[in-house]
Ligand binder design. Structure first.
Ligand code: FMN
Length: 167
């Protein structure tokens, strides 16, 4: 199986989770790539796409929320997040299985999920959902990832691989 995990991460929390998810998926080849550098078309042999980013202002980040993050002290502020990556993405031409995840602060819990918005767009492009959009908790804007979430991310990755193998 060949999987690609595309992530966006300003403080590193979503990236850490992306790496756990990739480890959980296992497979012969699972690439973890930053949305800022990810190519805008998938290779034709990709069996699973996973897309994850932070929830900013109840949705996927924008240039302006990333600028706010910079004011809040984020060191890694990418020019392109998952929103822009999806917008630039060409239709896969086949129903490539997709899963999305996001990070959100555990307290206060706010409505809105980047993962749900990302899934809607990806399904619009022709991807096929393999699981419901998933959320992982972080403490505050900067993190760290909440207790147990890295382990849960790894299990979620393994579950995605299991769901795929049944198709
Ligand atoms: C401008 C801005 C808006 C945010 N809005 C939300 C929000 O609506 N809901 C939420 O749960 N977290 C919100 N956060 C917190 C981010 O989700 C948090 O910084 C992120 O999950 C950390 O992941 P990262 O280290 O990968 O960037 C916001 C953060 C920033 C900088």
């Amino acid at each position: 199986m060949r999987a690609v995990v595309v992530f966006e991460s300003l403080w590193g929390n979503t990236e850490q989770l992306a790496r756990e998810i990739a480890a959980g998926i296992g497979g012969e080849r699972t690439d973890v790539v930053d949305a800022a550098w990810a190519p805008s078309a998938l290779d034709s042999d990709v069996d699973l796409l996973v897309v994850g980013g932070p929830t900013h202002a109840f949705s996927m980040s924008t240039g302006s929320t990333r600028e706010s993050a910079k004011q809040e002290g984020a060191e890694h502020v990418p020019a392109r997040g998952i929103r822009e990556w999806i917008e630039a993405h060409t239709s896969p031409g086949r129903a490539v299985p997709v899963a999305t995840f996001d990070t959100r602060v555990v307290s206060p819990r706010l409505p809105g999920s980047a993962a749900k918005k990302a899934m809607k767009r990806l399904v619009g492009l022709g991807f096929r959902p393999v699981a419901k959009p998933e959320t992982f908790g972080v403490h505050g804007y900067a993190g760290p990832v909440a207790d147990g979430e890295l382990e849960r991310a790894r299990r979620w990755g393994a579950e995605l691989a299991r769901l795929l193998s049944h198709h």
